[in-house]
Write a protein that binds this ligand. Structure first.
Ligand code: NI
Length: 144
């Protein structure tokens, strides 16, 4: 790795350290303790960035719905067309004979894309959904 690394030592309760080691093991052989700690710090920084309503962020919304529900697909498309500048891409999967799964990728100000996600999730007929929001800035700046 070309980046500058600082070495720190820290005091941590034994059971918490054990938890860290178990987490490290679950993440597989390509991650060691230090890398897992770095990931956790990035998680916290991303959370902080995303909490700022004006931060430039990206988000993926996954929704599941029954396309037979009256004009639901049309209503979902209408919301997406109204926000074509924030919605980067949409993938539609015909999950079975009745149900559809859509993944909607957005980019924009945190508060704004959160609001679009809430509108889509709040559309009558959407059965399940989850919105994941992330910040590229916070995680990418030291990865080259
Ligand atoms: Ni479908």
């Amino acid at each position: 790795m070309a980046e500058d690394l600082s070495r720190i030592s820290l005091a941590i309760p034994t059971d918490l350290l054990q938890g860290l080691d178990e987490l490290t093991e679950r993440r597989g052989i390509q991650k060691n303790r230090s890398e897992v700690i770095r990931d956790l710090i990035r998680d916290a920084l991303v959370d902080e960035t995303v909490a700022d309503p004006d931060a430039e962020v990206m988000g993926t919304l996954t929704i599941v719905f029954n396309h037979h529900a009256n004009d639901l697909q049309e209503r979902l498309d209408e919301i997406q067309h109204a926000h074509f500048q924030e919605i980067v891409a949409t993938t539609h999967v015909h999950a079975d004979a009745h149900n559809c799964l859509e993944v909607i990728i957005m980019r924009g100000k945190s508060a704004q894309i959160q609001e679009i996600a809430d509108r889509l999730l709040g559309t009558k007929g959407v059965r399940h959904g989850e919105f994941v929001i992330t910040s590229i800035e916070e995680t990418a700046q030291h990865e080259h």
